[in-house]
Write a protein that binds this ligand. Structure first.
Ligand code: ATP
Length: 235
């Protein structure tokens, strides 16, 4: 479904992603694992056109998307939940969710989507008039995911969804991702502490300083002693 080929990305003269190739098949959950500064966010932001590739190509459903704009990618079904969630703290939960659907012009469709979002996230419905900034960390992550789902993506990308969350909440977020995946959405996520992520992943890649150093099934990577020592902690 997504094919990243020989991707190189730099900031100015500093190359931070070196000739990376990986793929995500339809229906999969794939995790990219790596330490602070390994280049994970850079890879994701390049896929969603928030950053430009220096060389290499990205294709989605067999078509080249390397030079697409972010809004074109959203229309094609690719959506990112950014690192740090980036919800609007001074806006209500409902307003935040509606902002996720700004490209949907059909209000009837928007209403149907909101209904289905609230079915999946009853806690957000209870809090729909509450300001986003007053939600707990876990609720804010749910809100960021709900907002992304408003355009019915077929490919959901998440940048460290567990960041700053207590282990029990992390598990809730990953259970939710599993459910979303089971409903037909392909998932690519990056994580730093990744036990929970690997448990739900079909496959995983480990990157170090902008290069893929290991790949395997979620279980193989989770059971790898070097990986366990470096990345797994206890969540
Ligand atoms: P983290 O887990 O800490 O978010 P990461 O794996 O997502 O890390 P990136 O944020 O992709 O890593 O950063 C990769 C490298 O690129 C780092 O060395 C970082 O300092 C550098 N970098 C990131 N953004 C910029 C920028 N806008 N300008 C210059 N260098 C940058």
């Amino acid at each position: 479904m997504l094919q990243v080929k020989d991707l190189t990305v730099s900031y100015g003269k500093t190359e931070v992603v070196h000739n990376i190739s990986f793929h995500v098949e339809q229906g999969e959950i794939v995790t990219v694992l790596g330490a602070n500064g390994a280049g994970k966010s850079t890879i994701l932001n390049t896929i969603v056109a928030l950053h430009k590739a220096k060389s290499g190509s990205i294709s989605f459903q067999g078509k080249d998307i390397t030079n697409d704009r972010p809004d074109q990618l959203v229309r094609k079904g690719i959506r990112i939940v950014p690192e740090g969630r980036q919800i609007f703290p001074q806006h209500t939960v409902m307003e935040n969710i509606l902002l996720g659907a700004h490209i949907v012009k059909d209000s009837k469709k928007t209403n149907i989507m909101i209904e289905s979002i609230f079915e999946r996230f009853p806690r957000l419905e209870e809090r729909k008039e509450q300001l986003g900034g007053t939600l707990s960390g876990g609720e804010q992550q749910m809100l960021a995911i709900a907002r992304a789902l408003m355009t019915e993506p077929s490919f959901l990308i998440l940048d460290e969804p567990s960041l700053g969350l207590a282990p029990i909440i992390v598990n809730e977020v990953f259970d939710l991702l599993k459910e979303i995946n089971a409903s037909g959405v392909t998932v690519l996520l990056v994580e730093q502490m990744a036990n929970s992520a690997l448990k739900i992943s079909d496959r995983a890649y480990v990157i170090e300083t902008g290069r893929i150093v290991l790949e395997g099934t979620g279980e193989e990577i989770r059971m790898n002693p070097d990986v366990a020592k470096a990345y797994l902690g206890n969540v």
